[in-house]
Design a protein around this ligand. Structure first.
Ligand SMILES: NC(=O)c1ccc[n+]([C@@H]2O[C@H](COP(=O)([O-])OP(=O)(O)OC[C@H]3O[C@@H](n4cnc5c(N)ncnc54)[C@H](O)[C@@H]3O)[C@@H](O)[C@H]2O)c1
Length: 276
C-alpha cells in the first residue's frame, strides 16, 4: 500500500531536479501525477512521464508556462478532467533570476523572476483551491529556499520571491485551514545541475575563473568534514551527505501524506543551510 494511494497530485516544473523527484516519488506511493514544465511535452514525457508510468501510476504531461494565468487555468482543468479531482498541488517551479546588483538590473529581469517564482504559486492555488475546498480536503506544498530566510548576495529578485513564498504560505494556510487544507513550504537543498549554473553565474559576476569540475565534485564526493562547529551557513550545509532532490521529495511526500495532517503554515529546511 502506498502512502498516496488514490490521490491526484499536480507537480509544476517537473522536467528535472526537485520537481521530477517529487513526481516520481509520489507515483511510487500510489498517486496519479500530472506534471508540467516549459519543456516540450515529448521531452517531459520521456524524462518523467515514463518514470511515473513505470512506477505503476497514471501520468499527464503538459507544456505550461506557470507564470501565465490562462495556461495555469487550463492545466488545472485538464488535471481535473483527466483524473476527476486534485488532492495535492506542489508548486515547485523557481528560476534563479539574474546575478546582478539592483542598480544594474532591468525592471523586466526583476519582474520575470517574481512572475515565475511567485505568480506561479498564486495562480496554481487560485485555480486548484476551489476543487479542494469543494471536497474539504487538500494539500498545497510550495518550494521556497534557504534564501527565503536569509540573503543571497546579488540575487535580490530570487530572495524576494522566496521570502514572498513563505508569507504566501503562512497567510494561505490561515485562510484555508477551515476547509481541511494544509499549506506548507519546503526550503530544499541543491542538486548538481542547478548548483553548477549558480556557481557559474557567481563566477561571472565576480569576473573570476569558473571551475566546473570542482563544483561537480562537491556533489559527488562524500564530505566527512562538512559538519564544522561554528561554520556560518557554509555552501555545503551541515549534513554529511548534502541534500538534493531525493531529500526534497521525501519531505514533500511527508507533507502530502496523512501523517502531516496537523502541520500547516510551516517551512521545512533540508540540508542544514539554515536552522530556523
Ligand atoms: N536546486 C537548488 O539549488 C535549490 C535550492 C533552494 C531552493 N530551490 C527551489 O526548489 C525549486 C526547484 O529547484 P530545482 O533546482 O529543482 O529547479 P531546476 O532549475 O532544476 O528545474 C526547474 C524546472 O522548472 C522548469 N521551468 C522553468 N520556468 C518555468 C515556467 N515558467 N513554467 C514551467 N516550468 C518552468 C524548468 O524547465 C525546469 O525543468 C525551485 O523553486 C527552486 O527555487 C532549489
Amino acid at each position: 500500500m502506498g502512502r498516496l494511494d488514490g490521490r491526484v497530485a499536480l507537480v509544476t516544473g517537473a522536467g528535472r531536479g526537485h520537481g521530477k523527484a517529487v513526481a516520481i516519488r509520489f507515483a511510487e506511493e500510489g498517486a496519479a501525477v500530472a506534471v508540467c514544465d516549459i519543456l516540450p511535452v515529448d521531452e517531459l514525457d520521456g524524462s518523467v512521464g515514463e518514470r511515473i508510468r513505470a512506477a505503476g501510476a497514471e501520468s499527464l504531461c503538459s507544456q505550461t508556462d506557470v507564470s501565465k494565468e490562462e495556461q495555469v487555468r487550463k492545466l488545472v482543468q485538464q488535471t481535473i478532467d483527466r483524473f476527476g479531482t486534485i488532492d495535492i498541488l506542489v508548486n515547485v517551479v523557481g528560476i534563479a533570476g539574474p546575478t546582478k546588483d539592483v542598480w544594474q538590473m532591468s525592471l523586466e529581469e526583476w519582474r520575470e523572476t517574481l512572475a515565475v517564482n511567485l505568480d506561479s504559486a498564486f495562480l496554481g492555488c487560485k485555480y486548484a483551491l476551489p476543487e479542494m475546498i469543494r471536497k474539504r480536503r487538500g494539500r498545497v506544498i510550495n518550494f521556497s529556499s534557504g534564501t527565503g530566510k536569509q540573503p543571497l548576495s546579488h540575487r535580490t529578485p530570487y530572495a524576494t520571491s522566496k521570502m514572498g513564498i513563505l508569507g504566501f504560505t503562512r497567510t494561505l494556510a490561515a485562510d484555508v485551514g477551515r476547509y481541511n487544507i494544509t499549506v506548507n513550504a519546503i526550503c530544499p537543498g541543491s542538486h548538481e545541475e542547478r548548483g553548477v549554473e549558480l556557481e557559474r553565474a557567481r563566477a561571472e559576476y565576480r569576473e573570476e575563473p569558473f571551475d566546473e569540475e570542482a563544483v561537480r565534485n562537491r556533489y559527488r564526493e562524500p564530505r566527512p568534514n562538512a559538519v564544522l562547529a561554528g561554520r556560518w551557513c557554509g555552501d555545503e550545509g551541515f549534513v554529511e551527505k548534502g541534500a538534493g532532490s531525493e531529500e526534497a521529495a521525501a519531505i514533500a511526500l511527508f507533507l502530502a501524506s496523512d501523517d502531516a495532517a496537523s502541520m500547516t503554515g510551516q517551512d521545512i529546511n533540508s540540508g542544514g543551510w539554515v536552522m530556523w
